[in-house]
Design a protein around this ligand. Structure first.
Ligand SMILES: [Cu+2]
Length: 108
C-alpha cells in the first residue's frame, strides 16, 4: 500500500515537473538589433510571455521606450549594451533620443 502511494506521488511529481519544464521551454527569446538608426526587425511577432532582447549595435546611444504613454523604457543604452523585456501584449515603441526610430512587437 505504501509502495503504491509512493508510485502515485512520483508519477504526479513527474507530471508537474514536466509541465513546468515544458512551459518554460516554449518561451522564446527574440533579438532586435539597433543598427544604423533602425530597429531590426522593426516588426516582430512573438508569443505572449516571450522575451525580447534589444542590443545596441550603433556607435551612439539609443533607448527603447513605449510609444503611446512611455509606459516603460530601457533608459539609455550605450553601444553594445542590451536590454530585455518579457512581452505580454502588443507594443509600439520608439527611441526617445531619435523619435523617427520606431518599432513594434506583436503578440500573436
Ligand atoms: Cu536612437
Amino acid at each position: 500500500m505504501n509502495n503504491l502511494k509512493q508510485v502515485v506521488l512520483l508519477f504526479l511529481f513527474c507530471v508537474a515537473f514536466n509541465t513546468v519544464v515544458l512551459s518554460q521551454e516554449s518561451k522564446t527569446k527574440h533579438i532586435v538589433e539597433i543598427k544604423n538608426m533602425k530597429f531590426i526587425p522593426s516588426e516582430l511577432t512573438v508569443h505572449k510571455g516571450d522575451t525580447v532582447v534589444w542590443i545596441n549595435r550603433d556607435i551612439f546611444p539609443h533607448d527603447v521606450t513605449e510609444l503611446k504613454n512611455k509606459a516603460w523604457s530601457s533608459s539609455v543604452l550605450q553601444p553594445e549594451k542590451s536590454w530585455s523585456k518579457i512581452i505580454s501584449e502588443s507594443e509600439d515603441y520608439y527611441c526617445s533620443l531619435h523619435i523617427v526610430m520606431k518599432g513594434k512587437v506583436i503578440v500573436n
